[in-house]
Design a protein around this ligand. Sequence first.
Ligand SMILES: N[C@@H](CCC[C@H](N)C(=O)O)C(=O)O
Length: 247
Amino acid sequence: MHIAKYNANGNDFIIFHTFVEVDRSTLAQQLCDRQKGVGADGLIVLLPHAEYDFKWQFYNNDGSIASMCGNGTRACAHYAFTNQLANASMRFLTGAGVITSVVENDLVETELTTPKVLSESFEENGLTWHFCDTGVPHLVTFVEDIGCFDKVIARQMRYKYNANVNYARLEKNALHVRTYERGVEDETLACGTGMAACFYSAYRQKLVGTSATIYPISGDELSLRIVDQKLFFKGSVQKVFETVLDL
Ligand SMILES: N[C@@H](CCC[C@H](N)C(=O)O)C(=O)O
């Protein structure tokens, strides 16, 4: 099996395409394992689709299925274009719905699914939380210093609400974000739907305008904008390597 390893601003993925649609949860766990496997936050498998350019299967590092992954959409769009599975502008089916991505060299912009507010904001653990769905559920809290990111609290909130958990610091029209990711069960270096959830929560509270610069903990710079309630998420991706595995 020919696979590619991608880095999307610190979120990393193993990607391949095939005609064979089977459950790959165990394979995801094996390949994503950072000691015994290739190592990645997720596995993305591209499959043919009659209506769209392709459809994907997305697995987290622990083998669980996630309906959306913002960084993963940008990495797999680059993979699809590079492997001539799609034109530079493409539409593909995910568990959360149809995604549009546009590839321009190493920069990829994705139009995410329409964000949804999941509950009123609430107080817990001495913090104010905003809860929304940007393809997968995200809790967002705005803090003065993202150094106060607390993995114990994040993990507790993750299991209580079955959500990813984000701490964000606002600085003018920029957001600095740290995310505890469900399915990786740890902080990752970047989470696309998490950055989108932070931006959307800040936008709803009029803390940012219709666009903002976002810095995940990897230190990379990405951008988010909202047009007619649609979120557009843009940043670079890199193919780290390709190899053939005996799967
Ligand atoms: N890293 C992703 C999110 C992947 C799914 C998430 N871990 C979940 O299970 O909800 C992103 O870039 O959005």
